[in-house]
Design a protein around this ligand. Sequence first.
Ligand code: MRU
Length: 360
Amino acid sequence: MKIAGEHVQSIWYDLDCDSVKIIDQTLLPHEFVIVELNTLSEVCDAICGMKVRGAPLIGVTAAYGVYLSLRKNPDSLQQACSKLLETRPTAINLKWALERMKEDLSQEQSIDIADKALEQCQLIEKEDILICESIGNAGAPILRELWESRKNSQRYLNILTHCNAGALAAVDWGTAMSVIYKASDHGIPVHVWVDETRPRNQGASLTCWELSKKGIPHTLIVDNAGGHLMQTGQVDVCLVGSDRTAANGDVCNKIGTYLKALAARANGVPFYAAVPVSSIDFNLLTGVGSIPIEERSGEEISFVHGISAAKEPISVRICEDGTSTQNFAFDVTPAELVTGIITERGVFEATEASLQALLD
Ligand code: MRU
């Protein structure tokens, strides 16, 4: 992504200081701060505290966590992986990246293991960029086709997205947003309805920020507006990411995604999920009831954070002190509501038979 004319990734390794650098996403859009990660526990804190978030980025960050641990203690491979695996339960990319690190490093001699780990992290980082760009290329023709059928009657192709599945959720490009970026680069006039995405507001704070940096027209809406917009013909397509997709095409994504898919089906609006193959959990035959749904602190619901008119960070309680809360971070959209799954290897039906081809 481009920030003030400079190309920036969500994560990278800085050779000069032998440390991993990330954008602290908890401070966006008000402050753009780059943070150094130097230890395993800093990486775990960054993932748990959502300085980095989004399924692909969580995976890449965890891989770097393994490197930072091995740099200090070459015998810490298993221990580091176990600690990292506990950070967040839903995004399968975390497990995928850790398994890959273990597979690649388990036969290494202690003396070489940290260097090999760093090589592997940099490879995973580079691959993630290529994969996300390929997702964009695979999905853009869908938007082109929709636009061709509507261009005589409207000014924009209206896309609704939920949470942040953009460059900030990966190393660069993102998944669902990569499709939007590619379509826009190819001259399709897109307009994005951005769900605010309570309680952490990734839509309001991250997706809107990314879209404004790219100069793409967008409108922030409350999470409950999607049904109304779809019912009144103001959404041409829903496009979301996924933290884990089951072998049958059930899509787990940020809480509220399921309701958008239901509204899309009821109103004849196509609903696509854009996912790297590493987000597909082929060990899970179905997603409903089997994908672990992260539950986060109730304080994320009872307090809202932002900046004051004087641009000072503030946090305010929005319910009575002591109000009982339960904060589910994700939900599962059943495959039958999903029009298609856009991957780096093409677009697939949300069925076991179709997705199986990805294993060949
Ligand atoms: O809790 P988060 O911010 O990590 O959740 C992120 C999402 O739900 C994204 O939509 C998902 O990771 C897909 S992003 C490529």
